[in-house]
Design a protein around this ligand. Structure first.
Ligand code: FAD
Length: 235
């Protein structure tokens, strides 16, 4: 390298570009980040959305569930995250929105006539956790192949974990959601994490909806939620 030369040029100053640049710089590389906007942060910035209202709102990414503590520590990032207690609230069209399904410390399955789905909902996310809690620690390691990851997740585990892997990774996620609960509104709330932004459907053979679902759940599979019902990670 000659004086003034760069080792790495990163196009885009979103959070991924910034994290990569920070790690490279700490490793002694000369890095330049090129950002087309007048600010960095990409989709993870908030903005004044309403004239005259002194509040900054997220425009895109508004929940953090995929930021390992190790990155915060490694980079000395000064960041304070707050845990939300309510995962989501979905008004029930059947009652014109007078009732709805709240997912949080005291979920309201009864209010929408889905009391019998409460345990199925909870057990569904417990089974998801059997898989996601074993994928999460690998997030900062070299990417494993599907079969390597399967071996990693199932090693020493029982048949229930193998079934959870199949439901979450191998089969269209619509099958597991449909089997777990019977109320359409509850199914819709669960399905949102699989469908949002994908334009897929729950039974899509490409399984792109499973990928989307996994990303939403993986950070919540670490078991550190403080609510009795493990909530979906709604973006
Ligand atoms: C509506 C919505 C909601 C979301 N909600 C969440 C959420 O709640 N939680 C979550 O974890 N994720 C969420 N996501 C996903 C998340 O926003 C992305 O995964 C994340 O922003 C990706 O980060 P990034 O740094 O790779 O890219 P980005 O954040 O997209 O940043 C890319 C940067 O590159 C710049 N750029 C692009 N092209 C060029 C160029 N040619 N030259 C120079 N600069 C360029 C852009 O201006 C931008 O600053 C959401 C996404 C959307 C769309």
């Amino acid at each position: 390298m000659t004086d003034g030369a760069l080792d790495v040029v990163i196009i885009g100053g979103g959070h991924n570009g910034l994290v990569a640049a920070a790690y490279l710089a700490r490793a002694g590389r000369r890095v330049q980040v090129l950002e087309r906007l007048d600010h960095v942060g990409g989709a993870a910035v908030s903005a004044h959305a309403f004239d005259g209202v002194d509040a900054r709102l997220s425009r895109y990414s508004y929940l953090v569930s995929l930021l390992p503590q190790r990155i915060v520590t490694d980079l000395g990032a000064r960041i304070r995250l707050s845990r939300r207690r309510i995962s989501s609230y979905t008004p029930d069209p059947a009652s014109g929105g007078a009732t709805g399904l709240l997912i949080g410390p005291r979920p309201t399955f009864e209010a929408i006539g889905a009391g019998t789905d409460a345990s199925g909902f909870s057990d569904f996310y417990r089974r998801c956790g059997l898989v996601t809690s074993r994928i999460w620690p690998t997030l900062l390691q070299p990417l494993r192949t599907r079969s390597e990851m399967r071996g990693n997740v199932l090693s020493g585990q029982d048949a229930e974990t193998a079934a959870a892997w199949e439901a979450l990774i191998d089969r269209p996620i619509g099958e597991a959601i449909t089997a777990a609960v019977s109320n359409d509104l509850v199914r819709g709330v669960m399905a949102t994490d699989a469908l949002i932004g994908t334009f897929a459907d729950l039974d899509d053979p490409s399984l792109i909806q499973n990928v989307c679902f996994l990303y939403h759940l993986i950070g919540g599979g670490t078991g550190d939620w403080d609510v009795p019902v493990p909530p979906p990670i709604r973006w």
